[in-house]
Write a protein that binds this ligand. Structure first.
Ligand code: GLA
Length: 394
Protein backbone atom coordinates (compact mmCIF):
# COMPACT_ATOMS: atom_id res chain seq x y z
CA UNK A 1 0.00 0.00 0.00
CA UNK A 2 1.10 3.54 -0.70
CA UNK A 3 1.84 5.51 2.49
CA UNK A 4 -0.78 8.02 3.50
CA UNK A 5 0.57 11.46 4.33
CA UNK A 6 -1.10 14.15 6.45
CA UNK A 7 -3.44 16.56 4.65
CA UNK A 8 -2.67 20.29 4.59
CA UNK A 9 -5.46 21.08 7.14
CA UNK A 10 -4.13 18.48 9.55
CA UNK A 11 -0.58 19.89 9.27
CA UNK A 12 -1.99 23.36 9.97
CA UNK A 13 -3.86 22.02 13.00
CA UNK A 14 -0.67 20.37 14.28
CA UNK A 15 1.35 23.55 13.75
CA UNK A 16 -1.29 25.71 15.48
CA UNK A 17 -1.42 23.41 18.48
CA UNK A 18 2.36 23.56 18.80
CA UNK A 19 2.25 27.35 18.41
CA UNK A 20 -0.14 27.65 21.34
CA UNK A 21 1.95 25.22 23.41
CA UNK A 22 5.21 27.12 22.80
CA UNK A 23 4.12 30.75 22.52
CA UNK A 24 0.97 30.74 24.64
CA UNK A 25 -2.24 32.32 23.39
CA UNK A 26 -2.92 32.44 19.68
CA UNK A 27 -2.46 36.00 18.51
CA UNK A 28 -4.83 37.97 16.32
CA UNK A 29 -2.57 38.15 13.29
CA UNK A 30 -1.88 34.43 13.09
CA UNK A 31 -1.22 33.47 9.48
CA UNK A 32 -0.62 30.14 7.70
CA UNK A 33 1.05 29.26 4.40
CA UNK A 34 2.35 26.16 2.65
CA UNK A 35 4.78 25.22 -0.12
CA UNK A 36 5.16 21.83 -1.80
CA UNK A 37 8.02 19.40 -2.34
CA UNK A 38 8.58 18.22 -5.90
CA UNK A 39 9.31 15.20 -8.01
CA UNK A 40 11.22 15.59 -11.25
CA UNK A 41 9.81 13.49 -14.11
CA UNK A 42 12.82 14.02 -16.38
CA UNK A 43 15.65 16.52 -16.94
CA UNK A 44 18.15 15.63 -14.21
CA UNK A 45 21.26 17.70 -13.53
CA UNK A 46 20.30 19.98 -16.41
CA UNK A 47 19.04 23.00 -14.44
CA UNK A 48 22.48 24.37 -13.48
CA UNK A 49 23.48 23.89 -17.12
CA UNK A 50 20.72 26.30 -18.19
CA UNK A 51 18.78 23.39 -19.72
CA UNK A 52 15.21 22.08 -19.44
CA UNK A 53 13.59 20.22 -16.54
CA UNK A 54 10.12 18.69 -16.17
CA UNK A 55 9.13 18.52 -12.49
CA UNK A 56 5.74 18.68 -10.79
CA UNK A 57 4.77 19.98 -7.36
CA UNK A 58 3.72 17.33 -4.82
CA UNK A 59 0.73 17.18 -2.48
CA UNK A 60 3.28 16.89 0.34
CA UNK A 61 4.01 20.35 1.74
CA UNK A 62 5.78 22.34 4.40
CA UNK A 63 3.41 24.49 6.42
CA UNK A 64 4.44 27.62 8.34
CA UNK A 65 2.08 29.13 10.89
CA UNK A 66 2.96 32.25 12.84
CA UNK A 67 2.63 35.92 13.54
CA UNK A 68 4.49 39.18 13.77
CA UNK A 69 5.92 40.02 17.16
CA UNK A 70 7.11 43.22 18.78
CA UNK A 71 10.75 44.16 18.41
CA UNK A 72 13.45 42.41 16.44
CA UNK A 73 13.20 38.93 17.91
CA UNK A 74 12.75 35.85 15.72
CA UNK A 75 11.58 32.61 17.29
CA UNK A 76 11.04 29.54 15.10
CA UNK A 77 10.09 26.02 16.17
CA UNK A 78 9.99 22.94 13.95
CA UNK A 79 7.70 19.96 14.41
CA UNK A 80 9.58 18.12 11.66
CA UNK A 81 10.56 14.65 12.72
CA UNK A 82 14.24 13.93 12.14
CA UNK A 83 15.23 17.62 12.17
CA UNK A 84 18.43 18.15 14.14
CA UNK A 85 18.23 19.48 17.74
CA UNK A 86 17.38 21.96 19.12
CA UNK A 87 13.94 22.19 17.58
CA UNK A 88 13.58 25.85 18.55
CA UNK A 89 15.83 28.76 17.53
CA UNK A 90 15.76 32.34 18.82
CA UNK A 91 17.79 35.14 17.33
CA UNK A 92 17.62 38.88 16.69
CA UNK A 93 17.19 40.38 13.25
CA UNK A 94 20.42 42.21 12.47
CA UNK A 95 19.85 45.96 12.73
CA UNK A 96 23.17 47.01 11.21
CA UNK A 97 22.87 45.05 7.94
CA UNK A 98 25.22 42.35 9.25
CA UNK A 99 24.57 38.93 7.68
CA UNK A 100 22.76 36.19 9.60
CA UNK A 101 25.41 33.51 9.81
CA UNK A 102 24.57 29.87 9.20
CA UNK A 103 25.30 27.42 12.03
CA UNK A 104 23.53 24.74 14.01
CA UNK A 105 20.84 23.43 14.03
CA UNK A 106 21.09 22.98 10.28
CA UNK A 107 17.32 23.10 9.64
CA UNK A 108 17.32 26.74 10.83
CA UNK A 109 19.81 27.72 8.12
CA UNK A 110 17.01 27.63 5.53
CA UNK A 111 15.01 30.05 7.68
CA UNK A 112 18.01 32.35 8.21
CA UNK A 113 18.93 32.22 4.52
CA UNK A 114 15.43 33.19 3.45
CA UNK A 115 15.31 36.07 5.94
CA UNK A 116 18.71 37.19 4.63
CA UNK A 117 17.59 37.14 0.98
CA UNK A 118 14.04 38.43 1.50
CA UNK A 119 13.34 41.01 -1.17
CA UNK A 120 11.54 43.63 0.91
CA UNK A 121 13.60 44.29 4.05
CA UNK A 122 13.48 45.31 6.82
CA UNK A 123 11.35 42.59 8.38
CA UNK A 124 9.51 42.73 11.68
CA UNK A 125 10.22 40.27 14.50
CA UNK A 126 8.24 37.05 14.26
CA UNK A 127 7.18 33.81 15.91
CA UNK A 128 6.61 30.78 13.71
CA UNK A 129 6.08 27.02 13.70
CA UNK A 130 7.17 24.77 10.83
CA UNK A 131 5.51 21.43 10.10
CA UNK A 132 6.06 19.23 7.03
CA UNK A 133 4.84 16.14 5.23
CA UNK A 134 7.75 16.15 2.75
CA UNK A 135 10.10 13.32 3.78
CA UNK A 136 13.41 14.76 4.94
CA UNK A 137 16.47 13.89 2.85
CA UNK A 138 14.41 11.78 0.42
CA UNK A 139 15.24 13.78 -2.69
CA UNK A 140 11.76 15.34 -2.83
CA UNK A 141 13.01 18.85 -2.02
CA UNK A 142 12.07 19.15 1.61
CA UNK A 143 14.62 21.98 1.84
CA UNK A 144 13.20 23.98 -1.09
CA UNK A 145 9.69 23.54 0.32
CA UNK A 146 10.87 24.95 3.67
CA UNK A 147 12.60 27.90 1.98
CA UNK A 148 9.61 28.72 -0.20
CA UNK A 149 7.11 28.23 2.63
CA UNK A 150 9.10 30.53 4.90
CA UNK A 151 9.43 33.14 2.15
CA UNK A 152 5.66 32.94 1.60
CA UNK A 153 5.16 33.43 5.34
CA UNK A 154 7.37 36.55 5.29
CA UNK A 155 5.28 37.88 2.40
CA UNK A 156 2.24 37.79 4.70
CA UNK A 157 4.05 39.86 7.33
CA UNK A 158 5.60 42.37 4.94
CA UNK A 159 4.65 41.98 1.26
CA UNK A 160 7.30 42.21 -1.47
CA UNK A 161 6.45 42.99 -5.11
CA UNK A 162 4.99 39.50 -5.62
CA UNK A 163 7.33 38.54 -8.48
CA UNK A 164 7.34 34.74 -8.38
CA UNK A 165 10.48 34.05 -10.37
CA UNK A 166 12.46 36.50 -8.20
CA UNK A 167 11.05 34.75 -5.15
CA UNK A 168 12.32 31.37 -6.41
CA UNK A 169 15.73 32.93 -7.13
CA UNK A 170 15.91 34.42 -3.62
CA UNK A 171 15.15 30.99 -2.11
CA UNK A 172 17.83 29.40 -4.32
CA UNK A 173 20.29 32.00 -2.99
CA UNK A 174 19.32 31.01 0.56
CA UNK A 175 20.27 27.41 -0.24
CA UNK A 176 23.60 28.53 -1.74
CA UNK A 177 24.69 30.83 1.06
CA UNK A 178 23.15 29.21 4.13
CA UNK A 179 22.97 25.48 3.31
CA UNK A 180 26.13 25.50 1.20
CA UNK A 181 24.50 23.60 -1.68
CA UNK A 182 25.17 25.12 -5.13
CA UNK A 183 21.81 23.89 -6.43
CA UNK A 184 20.08 24.86 -9.66
CA UNK A 185 16.70 26.62 -9.81
CA UNK A 186 14.36 23.67 -10.41
CA UNK A 187 13.25 22.85 -6.85
CA UNK A 188 12.47 26.37 -5.69
CA UNK A 189 10.91 27.29 -9.04
CA UNK A 190 8.37 24.47 -9.07
CA UNK A 191 7.67 24.89 -5.35
CA UNK A 192 6.66 28.50 -6.10
CA UNK A 193 5.02 28.06 -9.50
CA UNK A 194 3.70 24.47 -9.53
CA UNK A 195 0.24 24.02 -11.07
CA UNK A 196 -2.42 21.55 -10.05
CA UNK A 197 -2.90 18.84 -12.70
CA UNK A 198 0.26 19.85 -14.58
CA UNK A 199 3.97 19.20 -14.81
CA UNK A 200 6.09 22.28 -15.64
CA UNK A 201 8.53 22.35 -18.52
CA UNK A 202 11.00 24.91 -17.18
CA UNK A 203 13.57 26.57 -19.37
CA UNK A 204 16.29 27.22 -16.81
CA UNK A 205 17.96 29.81 -19.05
CA UNK A 206 15.00 32.10 -19.76
CA UNK A 207 13.19 31.04 -16.56
CA UNK A 208 9.98 30.58 -18.52
CA UNK A 209 7.72 27.67 -17.69
CA UNK A 210 5.16 25.86 -19.82
CA UNK A 211 2.52 23.86 -17.94
CA UNK A 212 2.03 20.37 -19.42
CA UNK A 213 -1.30 18.72 -18.50
CA UNK A 214 -0.87 15.60 -16.38
CA UNK A 215 -4.27 14.60 -15.09
CA UNK A 216 -5.19 11.52 -17.15
CA UNK A 217 -7.19 9.21 -14.82
CA UNK A 218 -5.64 6.20 -16.60
CA UNK A 219 -2.18 7.27 -15.48
CA UNK A 220 -0.44 7.29 -12.10
CA UNK A 221 2.85 8.60 -10.82
CA UNK A 222 4.39 6.40 -8.17
CA UNK A 223 7.25 7.64 -6.04
CA UNK A 224 9.32 4.95 -4.35
CA UNK A 225 11.61 6.04 -1.56
CA UNK A 226 14.63 3.75 -1.37
CA UNK A 227 15.11 5.05 2.19
CA UNK A 228 18.85 5.22 1.63
CA UNK A 229 20.98 8.33 1.44
CA UNK A 230 24.67 7.89 0.66
CA UNK A 231 27.01 10.48 2.12
CA UNK A 232 28.52 11.01 -1.34
CA UNK A 233 25.70 13.35 -2.35
CA UNK A 234 27.17 16.37 -0.51
CA UNK A 235 30.56 16.29 -2.20
CA UNK A 236 29.61 14.87 -5.60
CA UNK A 237 26.97 17.49 -6.49
CA UNK A 238 29.38 20.47 -6.53
CA UNK A 239 31.93 18.29 -8.32
CA UNK A 240 29.44 17.49 -11.10
CA UNK A 241 28.66 21.16 -11.41
CA UNK A 242 32.35 22.02 -11.79
CA UNK A 243 32.87 19.27 -14.37
CA UNK A 244 30.02 20.69 -16.46
CA UNK A 245 31.45 24.19 -16.24
CA UNK A 246 34.82 22.88 -17.31
CA UNK A 247 33.31 21.06 -20.30
CA UNK A 248 31.41 24.20 -21.35
CA UNK A 249 34.58 26.25 -21.12
CA UNK A 250 36.58 23.77 -23.25
CA UNK A 251 33.76 23.92 -25.81
CA UNK A 252 33.87 27.72 -25.73
CA UNK A 253 30.23 27.93 -24.59
CA UNK A 254 28.56 29.87 -21.77
CA UNK A 255 26.87 26.67 -20.65
CA UNK A 256 26.21 23.14 -21.91
CA UNK A 257 22.76 24.33 -22.99
CA UNK A 258 24.51 25.94 -25.95
CA UNK A 259 26.29 22.72 -26.96
CA UNK A 260 25.09 19.87 -29.18
CA UNK A 261 26.49 16.38 -29.74
CA UNK A 262 28.43 17.54 -32.81
CA UNK A 263 30.24 20.20 -30.72
CA UNK A 264 30.97 17.61 -28.10
CA UNK A 265 32.33 14.99 -30.52
CA UNK A 266 34.57 17.62 -32.12
CA UNK A 267 35.98 18.57 -28.71
CA UNK A 268 36.27 14.97 -27.48
CA UNK A 269 40.05 14.85 -27.70
CA UNK A 270 40.38 17.98 -25.61
CA UNK A 271 38.20 16.58 -22.81
CA UNK A 272 39.20 13.83 -20.40
CA UNK A 273 36.93 10.79 -20.46
CA UNK A 274 35.04 11.63 -17.27
CA UNK A 275 34.34 15.24 -18.29
CA UNK A 276 33.22 14.05 -21.74
CA UNK A 277 30.75 11.58 -20.21
CA UNK A 278 29.34 14.20 -17.81
CA UNK A 279 28.81 16.63 -20.68
CA UNK A 280 27.29 13.96 -22.90
CA UNK A 281 24.69 13.15 -20.25
CA UNK A 282 23.73 16.82 -19.97
CA UNK A 283 23.53 17.50 -23.72
CA UNK A 284 21.43 14.37 -24.37
CA UNK A 285 19.27 14.83 -21.25
CA UNK A 286 18.30 18.36 -22.29
CA UNK A 287 17.16 16.97 -25.65
CA UNK A 288 15.32 14.07 -24.00
CA UNK A 289 13.45 16.46 -21.70
CA UNK A 290 12.09 18.52 -24.58
CA UNK A 291 11.05 15.32 -26.37
CA UNK A 292 9.44 13.96 -23.22
CA UNK A 293 7.35 17.11 -22.71
CA UNK A 294 6.12 16.77 -26.30
CA UNK A 295 5.31 13.09 -25.76
CA UNK A 296 3.37 13.88 -22.58
CA UNK A 297 1.33 16.55 -24.38
CA UNK A 298 0.39 14.00 -27.07
CA UNK A 299 -0.40 11.28 -24.55
CA UNK A 300 2.48 9.21 -26.00
CA UNK A 301 3.19 7.53 -22.65
CA UNK A 302 5.17 4.63 -24.08
CA UNK A 303 7.63 7.07 -25.63
CA UNK A 304 7.72 9.09 -22.42
CA UNK A 305 8.51 5.94 -20.45
CA UNK A 306 11.30 4.98 -22.82
CA UNK A 307 12.89 8.41 -22.35
CA UNK A 308 12.66 8.01 -18.57
CA UNK A 309 14.61 4.76 -18.71
CA UNK A 310 17.21 6.28 -21.06
CA UNK A 311 17.56 9.14 -18.58
CA UNK A 312 18.10 6.70 -15.73
CA UNK A 313 20.69 4.69 -17.63
CA UNK A 314 22.55 7.86 -18.53
CA UNK A 315 22.55 9.05 -14.89
CA UNK A 316 23.86 5.63 -13.90
CA UNK A 317 26.53 5.17 -16.57
CA UNK A 318 27.58 8.63 -17.79
CA UNK A 319 26.81 10.99 -14.92
CA UNK A 320 27.38 8.33 -12.23
CA UNK A 321 24.96 9.66 -9.64
CA UNK A 322 22.78 6.56 -9.20
CA UNK A 323 23.39 3.73 -6.71
CA UNK A 324 22.59 0.02 -6.55
CA UNK A 325 19.36 0.59 -4.57
CA UNK A 326 17.94 3.00 -7.16
CA UNK A 327 19.04 0.74 -10.03
CA UNK A 328 17.32 -2.20 -8.37
CA UNK A 329 14.06 -0.28 -7.98
CA UNK A 330 14.09 0.89 -11.60
CA UNK A 331 14.83 -2.59 -13.00
CA UNK A 332 12.14 -4.14 -10.82
CA UNK A 333 9.54 -1.54 -11.87
CA UNK A 334 10.29 -2.18 -15.55
CA UNK A 335 9.43 -5.87 -15.08
CA UNK A 336 5.78 -5.06 -14.38
CA UNK A 337 3.28 -4.99 -17.21
CA UNK A 338 1.55 -1.61 -17.29
CA UNK A 339 4.65 0.34 -16.24
CA UNK A 340 5.68 2.86 -18.91
CA UNK A 341 8.93 4.05 -17.39
CA UNK A 342 10.93 4.53 -14.22
CA UNK A 343 14.02 6.46 -13.18
CA UNK A 344 15.89 7.92 -10.23
CA UNK A 345 14.75 11.46 -9.44
CA UNK A 346 16.60 14.40 -7.85
CA UNK A 347 20.30 14.72 -7.11
CA UNK A 348 20.93 10.94 -6.75
CA UNK A 349 23.00 8.69 -4.45
CA UNK A 350 19.80 7.51 -2.80
CA UNK A 351 16.38 9.07 -2.33
CA UNK A 352 13.53 8.19 -4.66
CA UNK A 353 12.59 6.77 -8.01
CA UNK A 354 9.64 8.02 -10.04
CA UNK A 355 7.55 5.57 -12.07
CA UNK A 356 4.89 6.31 -14.67
CA UNK A 357 2.30 3.56 -14.96
CA UNK A 358 -1.21 2.62 -15.96
CA UNK A 359 -3.54 3.19 -13.00
CA UNK A 360 -4.74 -0.41 -12.93
CA UNK A 361 -1.17 -1.67 -12.42
CA UNK A 362 -0.54 0.20 -9.16
CA UNK A 363 -1.13 -2.62 -6.66
CA UNK A 364 0.88 -5.24 -8.50
CA UNK A 365 3.71 -2.74 -9.06
CA UNK A 366 3.96 -1.95 -5.35
CA UNK A 367 3.85 -5.65 -4.46
CA UNK A 368 6.52 -6.46 -7.00
CA UNK A 369 8.82 -3.68 -5.79
CA UNK A 370 8.36 -4.79 -2.19
CA UNK A 371 9.29 -8.32 -3.16
CA UNK A 372 12.27 -7.46 -5.34
CA UNK A 373 13.89 -4.58 -3.41
CA UNK A 374 16.60 -5.59 -0.97
CA UNK A 375 15.78 -2.68 1.36
CA UNK A 376 12.55 -1.33 2.85
CA UNK A 377 10.82 1.02 0.43
CA UNK A 378 8.09 3.60 1.08
CA UNK A 379 5.54 4.39 -1.63
CA UNK A 380 3.65 7.56 -2.44
CA UNK A 381 1.12 8.05 -5.21
CA UNK A 382 1.58 11.66 -6.26
CA UNK A 383 -0.82 13.98 -8.05
CA UNK A 384 0.54 17.20 -9.57
CA UNK A 385 -0.31 19.95 -7.13
CA UNK A 386 -0.41 23.69 -6.67
CA UNK A 387 2.66 25.78 -5.76
CA UNK A 388 3.12 27.87 -2.58
CA UNK A 389 0.04 29.56 -1.20
CA UNK A 390 -1.44 31.37 1.78
CA UNK A 391 -4.04 29.32 3.65
CA UNK A 392 -7.32 30.33 5.18
CA UNK A 393 -7.40 30.04 8.92
CA UNK A 394 -10.96 29.55 10.04
C1 GLA B 1 18.97 18.73 -6.69
C2 GLA B 1 19.14 20.24 -6.93
C3 GLA B 1 18.44 20.66 -8.22
C4 GLA B 1 18.86 19.79 -9.39
C5 GLA B 1 18.76 18.30 -9.03
C6 GLA B 1 19.32 17.40 -10.10
O1 GLA B 1 17.64 18.43 -6.44
O2 GLA B 1 18.58 20.95 -5.85
O3 GLA B 1 18.69 22.02 -8.49
O4 GLA B 1 20.14 20.12 -9.84
O5 GLA B 1 19.45 18.00 -7.82
O6 GLA B 1 18.56 17.49 -11.25
Amino acid sequence: MASPFPSVPSLVAEARALYVQVFGEEEAVLTAVCAPGRVNLIGEHTDYNQGFVLPMALPMVTVVVGSQSCGQEVSVVTATKDADQPLQVDFSLPTDGAPLSPGLPSWANYVKGVIQHYRAPPLPGLKAVVCSSVPLGGGLSSSASLEVAFYTFLQQLKPDDGDKVSKALACQQAEHTHAGVPCGIMDQFVSVLGREGHALLIDCRSLEATPVPLADPELLILITNSNVKHSLSASEYPLRRRQCEEAASVLGKDSLRDANMKDLEEAKERLDDVTYRRARHVVEEIERTVQAAGALKRGAYTQFGRLMVQSHNSLRDLYEVSCSELDELVSAAMEVEGVYGSRMTGGGFGGCTVTLLQSHAIDKTILHLQKRYSGTPTFYVATPSEGARALNLS
